[in-house]
Design a binder for this molecule. Structure first.
Ligand SMILES: CC(C)(COP(=O)(O)OP(=O)(O)OC[C@H]1O[C@@H](n2cnc3c(N)ncnc32)[C@H](O)[C@@H]1OP(=O)(O)O)[C@@H](O)C(=O)NCCC(=O)NCCS
Length: 139
């Protein structure tokens, strides 16, 4: 029986396939390739040669790391793959700290998945002095 295997590679085509599978807006492959090329960390999960999940981190080499594009194929969800990928990303960020450094990982949860991230230790916003997360598409 084939096992899920984790790696640090992800092609633009695989990334686009995952985006489509989870119902996110599609991107030109070339734009996806540039985004991946400039990512600080990538983790992927495959079953044989088939991509089933991925995540990436964009880090400024200082105190902010953006946790992005955690995706697991719908047919492979609820088997611990998302958690495994997320934990790999968090551990990678932790490993970048120098003595006396702290790094904040930020993300925007998709609706209904806040609980998934809370289990990993993330704080849901708004909270205290921290307002809601916000974004803006430049089109
Ligand atoms: C969100 C997503 C990545 C979760 O991946 P997954 O592989 O199904 O999740 P896991 O099986 O690893 O779940 C890990 C834990 O989180 C819990 N969990 C999963 N989804 C959850 C949710 N929506 N709310 C609360 N808890 C959730 C699981 O029950 C499990 O709990 P346990 O560790 O106590 O057993 C996946 O549903 C997905 O790809 N969704 C579409 C894309 C998306 O919205 N990504 C998030 C972008 S912010």
């Amino acid at each position: 029986m084939q096992q899920y295997e984790y790696a640090d590679t992800l092609s633009a085509e695989e990334y686009c396939l995952l985006r489509k599978a989870v119902g996110w807006p599609e991107l030109p492959v070339e734009q996806a390739r540039e985004g991946l090329r400039h990512s600080s960390f990538i983790a992927s999960c495959r079953l044989g040669t088939a991509i089933v999940g991925a995540v990436r981190i964009i880090w400024d080499h200082g105190y902010i790391a953006y946790f992005s594009d955690l995706m697991v194929l719908p047919a492979c969800q609820k088997q611990g793959i998302g958690k495994n990928l997320a934990q790999r990303a968090i551990e990678w960020v932790k490993a970048q700290r120098r003595p006396d450094w702290k790094i904040k990982i930020v993300l925007i949860a998709t609706a209904g998945n806040e609980g998934f991230y809370k289990k990993l230790g993330f704080t849901e916003r708004p909270c205290g002095a921290m307002g809601a997360g916000m974004d803006l598409w430049c089109m």
